[in-house]
Design a protein around this ligand. Structure first.
Ligand SMILES: C[S@@+](CC[C@H](N)C(=O)[O-])C[C@H]1O[C@@H](n2cnc3c(N)ncnc32)[C@H](O)[C@@H]1O
Length: 540
């Protein structure tokens, strides 16, 4: 793909581009430049070839899976068989063999329910007749062992909203959405909220799985739940799902055309998914329901997503170019290689504009979906993917945020990370740019780079020092608490709720003044503990 540096033209400034006003005029001007400087970029991508499913590749991956299984490297075996399943052609013996191989691995690791599902799938996909007898023996053994399976679900149930907000579908009745000239829309407490209280429980509008094998071969690409026996999209070798339900939902709402893009290695772009889903929604929902009347803020409606901030007017030429270039490339491939325009009534120019708009809208509002690795006072996080949320995106940034995020699959639960007073803004700490870890200069630079604003939070205005220079606080009491946390989270004695009560009590005692080292540590432990009932990493 053409890099923005290659079209850097001293004649153009972002002011001149933005003075063209209409997005389509900006995109067309940048497209013209791209054609002038790199006329072959579409062909370059096309010459990489359409990478479709291949039984040769699938067969090689089965061999790899078997080798890993013999070496007792069960995780690598699982990844190889799942990749083989993604590559194998539907209803072929190779697909049957890949399911059969994975069933063996799942049996070995005690995932009997998943093993039984894969045995059924192997049988439905032409598993070789001479090997069926052995597979059925495994089935009998798995049936016998099913009741002994230890891990039945990968996280606690998503909590319930006890007092729903009458105006925001995913929120509790303790917040409202306000708007001002400086920070735009933001979320404000309408009553005193105690540390730990739920603010919202929100499902994403769209998600995009990460690109690493540990992300894409162990999680559903639609709901981001952990799954050790994913099933493939029958059309491309990219998308994998935890169930037929997720596969069908994805196909209905965005994969209907994304599937054709996947074959050119456009790896699940969040902005493209959002546009495809939005267009499908607009074309299928009746005009009455579609009308955004402002009485209820909804998380599953495109209007809410479309009007999320873009900061387009503050972007550099480089950013504008990248967005325009991506929009033109996606349009080219959709036009040439999919039947998108027979499914959705829209002009090419309008589609380009929407892709351009959502490029910015997504980069500014996307939230990273995390998993937590069990530890005591030093918790590790791993990203599963990225998602876009209509309400949670409205929380502004604070370098010592008062809201904690936990994920259950892709469902995002926001809770107060300390006591929040009526009228106070509810804020997250974007990309974890917190005052204790990053000096003000670094925070300002990064926040401006990613979000185009200058932070004026208490920590920035009052120049709070970084962790090492803070007052210590009651260290003795902290050490005692840290020991209790360690004990409560030790393998033999996991008692999240008990220890959470103890830590919540401490967090509620925080004063409004500059935090001490102990305050910062206790708040971090508190936020981590809130996450323990959500996504976790499981040993396989
Ligand atoms: C994810 S959005 C938050 C919602 C946004 N305020 C809106 O109106 O849609 C991020 C953008 O909000 C604004 N913002 C967030 N935190 C801010 C803060 N502390 N001060 C000023 N602007 C802020 C910036 O424009 C930033 O790019």
């Amino acid at each position: 793909m053409l890099s923005p540096g290659e079209i850097e033209d001293p004649q153009i400034t972002s002011e001149q581009l933005l003075s063209l006003k209409a997005d389509i005029r900006i995109i067309n001007m940048l497209e013209e430049l791209a054609h002038k400087h790199c006329p072959s970029q579409f062909q370059d991508i096309e010459s990489g070839g359409k990478i479709s499913k291949s039984n040769d590749k699938a067969s090689a991956l089965i061999d790899e899976g078997r080798k890993m299984f013999r070496q007792k490297n069960y995780m690598k075996a699982l990844l190889a068989f799942t990749q083989s399943i993604a590559n194998a052609l539907d209803k072929t013996e190779i697909l049957g063999l890949a399911y059969g191989g994975r069933a063996e691995v799942l049996f070995q690791r005690g995932f009997f329910k998943e093993c039984l599902q894969d045995i059924e799938r192997a049988l439905e996909n032409n598993y070789p007749k001479d090997l069926v007898g052995k597979l059925l023996e495994k089935k009998t053994q798995a049936e016998l062992n099913k009741a002994t399976q230890k891990i039945k679900k990968f996280h606690e149930d998503v909590p319930a909203l006890i007092h729903p907000n009458p105006k925001i579908s995913c929120a509790a009745d303790n917040v409202e959405i306000l708007k001002d000239d400086y920070g735009g829309r933001h979320v404000v407490a309408t009553k005193n909220i105690e540390a730990g209280e739920i603010i919202s429980i929100e499902k994403p509008y769209a998600v995009a799985i990460g690109t690493k094998p540990s992300q894409r071969f162990l999680h559903c690409h639609e709901c981001l739940e952990t799954c050790f026996n994913l099933i493939p999209c029958p059309g491309c070798r990219t998308a994998l799902y935890c169930s037929e339900k997720c596969r069908d939902t994805a196909r209905e709402f965005y994969h209907y055309s994304e599937c054709d893009l996947c074959q050119f290695d456009f790896n699940e772009l969040l902005n493209v998914k959002t546009v495809l889903k939005g267009l499908k929604e607009l074309s299928t929902v009746s005009a009455d329901v579609q009308q955004f009347d402002g009485t209820m803020y909804k998380s599953d409606r495109y209007e809410e997503i479309q009007v999320l901030q873009t900061n387009k007017e503050k972007r550099s030429v480089r950013d504008l170019f990248e967005a325009a270039n991506e929009a033109c490339i996606v349009l080219h491939f959709l036009t040439k290689y999919s039947d998108f325009f027979t499914k959705v009534q829209i002009s090419s120019d309008r589609l380009k504009e929407l892709l351009f708009h959502h490029y910015f809208n997504t980069t500014l509002n996307k939230i990273s979906v995390e998993k937590i690795k069990k530890a005591s006072v030093d918790t590790e996080f791993h990203e599963v993917g990225e998602a876009i949320y209509a309400f949670s995106s409205l929380l502004n940034h604070h370098c010592y945020g008062n809201v904690a995020a936990s994920f259950y699959g892709s469902t995002l639960v926001l809770r107060a990370a300390k006591n929040i007073k009526t009228g106070e803004s509810c804020c997250l700490t974007y990309r974890n740019y917190n005052f204790a870890e990053f000096p003000k200069l670094v925070r300002s630079h990064q926040l401006f780079k990613y979000y185009q604003f200058t932070c004026t939070c208490q920590a920035c205005e009052n120049n709070w020092p970084i962790f090492d220079c803070l007052d210590s606080g009651d260290v003795e009491a902290y050490q005692q608490l840290a020991e209790e946390v360690k004990k409560a989270l030790s393998e033999a004695n996991v008692d999240i709720n008990g220890i959470l009560k103890v830590v919540t009590k401490k967090v509620k005692e925080f004063s409004a003044a500059e935090p001490t080292k102990v305050d910062v540590n206790v708040k971090r432990i508190f936020c981590d503990l809130l996450k323990f009932s959500g996504n976790k990493i499981f040993e396989f």
